[in-house]
Each structure stands twice: as C-alpha cells, then as structure tokens.
Design a protein around this ligand. Structure first.
Ligand SMILES: [Fe+2]
Length: 129
C-alpha cells in the first residue's frame, strides 16, 4: 500500500477493466516525462509498449489524434484508421493505452510553447492493483 504522506511524489492511477469497472489507486514513483513542445511540433504516431499513460497539459494546449489499434492478418497490416481528435487546454488530463489505440500529440499553436507531463505504468511490472 503506498504511503499517503508523501503527496509530492504520489500519482493517481486509473485502471479500466475489460468489464467496464474502474479502479483508482494512488501510487508513488511512476516514471514521469516532462515534454516541451515548440510551436507546430509534435510526436510521431506511436504505441505505448503495453503501458498505461496519463498526460497532463501544464502550459499551452496540445492536440491528441488517436487511431484505432492496428489489425494484422498474416503479413498484412491494415492502414491506421482515425478514432478521434481532441484538443487539451492547460490543466486538462488524458489517458491512453494500447487497448485504446495509437496516438500522436502535437502543439497546434503557431507561436506558443506547450508543456506536458506524462506518467507511465506497466501493469505487468508490479502488482499495484
Ligand atoms: Fe504517447
């Protein structure tokens, strides 16, 4: 059970089960990544290597484009299909995992820098839930 006293290092983790239930847990010491997005710059489309990823916009705004998980039949992989696109403002939070799909994040502003904090959790690496 994580300590509830070290609040500066705690992170709220949300687990979505296949049966539709949610579990909330506060955990410590999850890997975190602070990213600075120059105007107009973005990531390539990527998966999350079986990690659950929570992103919070700390400054500016970011656009997330989500694609359905790719399907493979034999050696053929179907083209990615757009699932949805959403713009996040400062202080907004989003979540993605490979079950949701792949995504790309970019800064749509032509002149404002954006900053985001990413926290990752691999469900097979610990038994937090
Ligand atoms: Fe990502």
């Amino acid at each position: 059970m994580p300590s509830k006293t070290s609040t500066a290092r705690q992170t709220l983790y949300v687990h979505h089960s296949s049966d539709g239930t949610k579990a909330l847990k506060t955990v410590t010491d999850l890997p975190k990544l602070l990213l600075v997005w120059n105007p107009g710059k973005g990531s390539p489309i990527h998966d999350h290597a079986n990690a659950h990823c929570i992103m919070k916009v700390l400054a500016g705004e970011l656009t997330e484009t989500v694609y359905h998980p790719p399907h493979s039949e034999g050696d053929e992989t179907s083209p990615l299909q757009l699932k949805h696109q959403k713009r996040y403002q400062t202080d907004q939070v989003t979540y993605i995992s490979d079950d949701i799909g792949l995504h790309r994040v970019h800064n749509p502003s032509p002149n404002q820098v954006a900053v985001s904090l990413h926290s990752m959790y691999w469900s097979n690496s610990t038994n937090l839930l």
